[in-house]
Design a protein around this ligand. Structure first.
Ligand SMILES: [Zn+2]
Ligand SMILES: [Zn+2]
Length: 259
């Protein structure tokens, strides 16, 4: 039921050394990114992918005092109800604080202390999906805690912490738990940024054309950095569909263009 984003799908680097395995935990601790998360993240899942990658780079480069062997969290929940595999189940995390990692798995929620700070329903669902995934596949116990339980930190922020204290209930709104056929269709289509050379650039041009835009060369498989006309059309399409204003043709664009 959780929509899992595999390490290959988000472009994870391999761990720098073998990670310690664990049989089970008492439960799960929830974290937030802290710092600034741009509000545009809710419109662009690609920003989630970029953020998870940058957190892994930061953790492995020593951004949390000593370099970690991998991203510190077991799973990461995003505002599009997707669950990224970090270290995954049955692996010791490096996020709760010294001496606290074997008792609880760590789930990161992509919400900050400025910008995007109010966890939406889809993000809350994703956190619960992640917790259930760790219970099912990692023998996690029933406890749900925040990072600040037993450790001096603001994490996971007051809003998430208050929700955790209420037992981390699923939001009442009903949300689809299975991807629509278009989401299923586009899951293997690439993200295309200026500079991309890919046969599906031609597909993107054809879809833009079908939607009333006027890409110059319908047969070209190149989205060159110099092609400011095409970039402007991508940005205009995204703006019209409320998908942000970047010139990156991502998954949300494929879904919008094919829906
Ligand atoms: Zn934390
Ligand atoms: Zn996302």
């Amino acid at each position: 039921m959780a929509q899992i984003v595999s390490r290959a799908a988000w472009g994870a680097k391999p761990p720098s050394k073998p990670l310690a395995r664990i049989a089970s935990t008492k439960g799960v601790k929830v974290h937030y990114t802290g710092g600034h998360v741009p509000v545009t993240i809710v419109d662009d899942h690609q920003e989630c992918v970029d953020l998870v990658r940058s957190i892994q780079r930061m953790h492995m480069a020593g951004g949390r005092e000593q370099p970690y062997s991998d991203i510190g969290y077991n799973l990461v929940a995003c505002p599009h109800r997707r669950v990224f595999v970090g270290r995954g189940p049955h692996i010791l995390c490096a996020a709760n604080g010294a001496g606290l990692n074997s008792a609880h798995y760590a789930v990161l929620a992509l919400v900050g202390s400025s910008g995007y700070t109010v966890p939406g329903d889809q993000l809350l669902h994703a956190i619960v999906d992640a917790i259930e995934h760790l219970r099912e596949h990692g023998d996690a116990g029933r406890e749900i805690r925040g990072h600040r339980d037993g450790f001096a930190t603001d994490c996971p922020g007051d809003r998430l912490y208050e929700w955790i204290r209420r037992g981390a209930p699923r939001p009442k709104t009903t949300t689809p738990t299975t991807p629509s056929w278009t989401e299923d269709l586009v899951k293997d289509l690439p993200t295309l940024k200026p500079g991309a050379e890919h046969r599906h650039v031609k597909t993107m041009r054809a879809l833009l054309h079908a939607r009333g835009y006027t890409p110059a060369n319908l047969h070209s498989t190149e989205y060159s950095k110099e092609d400011t006309d095409l970039a402007a059309q991508v940005a205009a399409f995204k703006k019209a569909k409320k998908l942000g204003t970047s010139t990156t043709w991502d998954r949300s664009c494929w879904v919008a263009a094919l829906s």
